[in-house]
Design a protein around this ligand. Structure first.
Ligand code: ATP
Length: 356
């Protein structure tokens, strides 16, 4: 397995890019740890597949270098990079048996047959197809075929990294959950460097140690699920992670005082923001307290989601969401307070830290 360095990588599909907007991938400069499980998360078109294909060698970046354990592999093919890949749709041999499909990547590398058998038996059990080992792949359903693709990606243990591009799209929800847990277990057991592309936050947050959030061709944050939840670096992360996402309110900053319409709250620090920057306060729905004290709010709707309720309200002329416990009451004259430790301040969409 390898440490991956992405050095000032940029990519444009068209020739002679002139401006930032011409790049599908704006500058990416990061080090990913050997043995890390990373999820690339972001909406459609943000550049996830482009970045994954640059790591695998299917695509040469327009600019920058990619290193595996310090070795420049930018011009090497996927095969030379020694990468395993699992795509969104099955890539298997229909005329081969399930067993032979799984054995193929090993036999191709001249792995001794007893070792092939050991690995294939382990993987075939993991994907739940032991009973199908001797059947040809042709007659299988789409999700069974995809499980074989997944198994083929996992069967070798000498690869530098395993890359997954939305691999569970065609798998039914229950099996999705099982396979995701097994991937996580395999990762713990073997310490593979894994990069997993998805636009599904649950999938990313449950699979990865580090989630790489992408937006508009950029990496906007790399963090643990807790970091993304508590300290989103960019307003997009606040909005995209969590359900409902973070509330964002236009805010005037004056030292440690933050004005939200006619209300003012005090912080225990003074965010440093450049003059003229667009400033906002971010607070997650879980950290707003609804009660009889604090700032006025107008409740519009209450959604019961089981153990909690989501209150849709209007605050300082803006819609906000508040999460309250199932038995939480909604007073006749509702007010809100914000948990000071959960308030984040943003200037031109980027979080302003206490240390800035
Ligand atoms: P999705 O989740 O829909 O697969 P993504 O985040 O993986 O999206 P990419 O497929 O990397 O995004 O696409 C990033 C941008 O590059 C998009 O604007 C897309 O239209 C563009 N793009 C992708 N592939 C090509 C290509 N072969 N030629 C030209 N433009 C492309």
């Amino acid at each position: 397995m390898a440490r991956i360095n992405l050095e000032h990588i940029r990519h444009a599909y068209g020739e002679k890019p002139k401006s930032e907007a011409d790049y599908a991938l704006k500058e990416v400069h990061h080090e990913w740890n050997d043995g890390g499980a990373y999820a690339l998360l972001g909406p459609s078109g943000c550049g996830k597949t482009t970045l994954l294909n640059i790591i695998s060698g299917l695509l040469q970046p327009s600019e920058g270098k990619i290193l595996f354990d310090g070795r420049d592999v930018t011009r090497l093919s996927t095969q030379q990079r020694n990468i395993a890949q699992v795509f969104q749709f099955p890539v298997i041999y229909d005329t081969m048996t399930v067993y032979d499909n799984l054995a193929f990547p090993l036999r191709n590398r001249r792995v001794p047959e007893p070792e092939v058998d050991r690995r294939v038996t382990e993987i075939i059990e993991m994907i739940g197809l032991s009973g199908w080992a001797k059947k040809t792949a042709r007659g299988l359903t789409a999700d069974q075929k995809q499980k074989i693709s997944l198994g083929r990606g996992l069967v070798r243990n000498d690869v530098n990294a395993i890359l997954f591009d939305e691999p569970l799209t065609v798998i039914d929800p229950h099996m999705k959950w099982i396979l995701r847990s097994q991937l996580k277990k395999l990762h713990r057991q073997f310490g593979f460097t894994m990069v997993y592309v998805t636009h599904d936050q649950t999938e990313a947050l449950t699979f990865a140690d580090k989630v790489v959030v992408m937006y508009d061709g950029q990496i906007v944050q790399i963090g643990t699920p807790a970091e993304l939840f508590e300290r989103p670096s960019h307003t997009f992360v606040g909005y995209f992670i969590g359900s409902p996402g973070m509330n964002l309110l236009p805010a005037q900053i004056d030292g440690s005082r933050v004005s939200l319409g006619t209300d003012t709250i005090a912080l225990d620090y003074s965010p440093k923001v450049a003059a003229g920057a667009k400033t906002e306060l971010g607070i997650r729905p879980e950290f707003i307290r609804l009660g009889r004290e604090g700032m006025h709010v107008r409740v519009n709707k209450v959604e019961d989601i089981g153990r909690q309720k989501i209150v849709r309200a209007e605050f300082a002329g803006r819609p906000i969401a508040i999460v309250v416990p199932e038995d939480g009451e909604i007073p006749a004259d509702p007010r809100v307070t914000f948990d000071p430790s959960a308030v984040n301040i943003y200037a031109d969409s980027w979080r302003v830290g206490r240390e800035a």
